[in-house]
Design a protein around this ligand. Structure first.
Ligand code: ZN
Length: 428
């Protein structure tokens, strides 16, 4: 299968935008540049007036949490979790994970996301199934919570190992399995030290919430005499790198640990603002050469899975935080939401539009008021447009949405089933 996207405005890895062609062979980009006359392609996509970007990578979410969107808002993190979220999550059944993740997949494709990192409860096989059916990429894991029950946490950890052994690399490499843990305040260092065995044996990378609130860091310092990063680094759990979600309260020493262990902070600006967690020192981390990725967090603390909105906020929030309008420029924010995210999840040949990379490409329609006049398409994308401009989405050379029509998922059925599951769970 040979596809050509003709005359698109292509965002190159350098940040330059070039009007040219992209040739795709099977799942990969074969070339970026003017295609010679006379070559016949199996499929031609008209790229005129379209901006071609690498697909967004959501580096931290809880996909099936879409079922709890708008269920409980405007609360403090621990009250929100313990009073509203965890009691409902405890009731979730297998089909809830499936339809919740399906709803997330519809929203992600429609807003230009091509890969996501999902940490959630039992039946992650259902998320793997949705990844397989939708055509998206996903890095999935469980999240042991020792504070709820040691026995339960052991079981969750074993399930995560089983998931790794059975699903890592499945769906033609579109599924990656990480070894997840919820956070230091629910999964203490002695348990993470044991989990480090699996990291070493399997060669797996990790995904954990890190230093999300001030209280979390203060408690770790009281209990272990160290920051969460320092305490966990000693356990071996970080040894193969992975995703450090949030990373809000981090100092220079923590940042050195990120660099040493190839940890990618997943910055969640909306969630941090909505839960009043604080502002992550993203500008400082970037300055130190850390590839900060971007995530939405779960849909009940955001409340959507729109990565373009997060990229926009990442570009704005750190300007006002540092009082420096040069902090996190538009292309840097886009790179964080695409290329750095792909690195964070472990999809090594994704996140760039260049020959040899996976063909994970999003075309945005540059017609309309928000795109006019067009002096600088990257600036328009990050500061002016919204994700309703997403027109066509391709993952591994397969079109998942064309002219906003979903090709792999049945939106109407998914919304119906998601509503049915949500009603049973919450009684509302
Ligand atoms: Zn989270």
């Amino acid at each position: 299968m040979k596809t050509i996207i003709r005359n698109a405005s292509v965002v190159l890895p350098s940040g330059k935008v070039q009007e040219t062609d992209i040739v795709i062979e099977q799942n990969k980009i074969a070339s970026v540049g003017k295609s010679p006359e006379g070559v016949v392609y199996d499929r031609e996509i008209d790229g005129r007036n379209k901006l071609a970007i690498p697909g967004f990578v959501n580096a931290h979410t809880h996909a099936s949490m879409t079922l709890l969107r708008s269920y409980a808002d405007d609360m403090a993190l621990m009250d929100w979790l313990s009073q509203e979220i965890w009691p409902i999550e405890a009731k979730m059944q297998r089909e809830d994970i499936y339809w919740g993740a399906a709803l997330a997949a519809v929203e992600m494709i429609q807003s230009g996301t091509t890969a996501f990192a999902d940490m959630y409860g039992p039946w992650m096989v259902e998320v793997a199934k949705i990844i397989d059916e939708s055509g998206l990429r996903g890095a999935i894991c469980r999240a042991p919570i020792v504070t709820a029950s040691l026995e339960g946490a052991e079981k969750t950890w074993q399930e995560n190992i089983w998931l790794y052994e059975n699903y890592n690399g499945s769906s033609d490499g579109r599924v990656i399995v990480l070894i997840g843990a919820h956070a230091i305040y629910t999964c203490p260092p002695d348990f993470l030290h044991r989990m480090a065995d699996s990291v070493a044996k399997l060669g797996a990378r990790i995904h954990i919430h890190m230093s999300e609130t001030k209280g979390e860091v203060e408690n770790a310092k009281k209990e272990y005499g160290k920051s969460p990063f320092q305490a966990i680094a000693e356990t071996g759990y970080f040894n193969n790198g992975g995703i450090a979600a949030h990373s809000v309260y981090v100092d220079d020493e923590d940042m050195d640990i990120m660099k040493q262990y190839k940890l990618y902070p997943a910055h969640n600006p909306t969630s941090n603002m909505k839960l009043a967690s604080g502002i992550s020192p993203v500008a400082r981390m970037l300055e130190k050469g850390i590839h900060v990725a971007i995530g939405t967090d779960g849909a009940s603390s955001n409340n959507n899975l729109d990565m373009l909105e997060e990229v926009n906020l990442a570009a704005l929030l750190h300007k006002v935080d540092t009082l420096d309008p040069l902090a996190v420029p538009a292309f840097k924010a886009l790179q964080m939401g695409t290329e750095y995210g792909a690195e964070a999840l472990g999809f090594e040949d994704c996140g760039r539009i260049e020959a040899g990379c996976q063909a994970d490409i999003v075309l945005l329609n540059m017609k309309g008021a928000a795109w006019t006049p067009n002096y600088n398409p990257i600036s328009l994308l990050v500061y002016s447009a919204n994700s309703s401009s997403v027109d066509t989405v391709m993952v591994a050379g397969k079109v998942l949405m064309e002219h906003r029509e979903l090709k792999t998922l049945d939106e109407e059925k998914i919304i119906y089933e998601a509503n049915r599951c949500a009603k049973r769970l919450t009684g509302k």
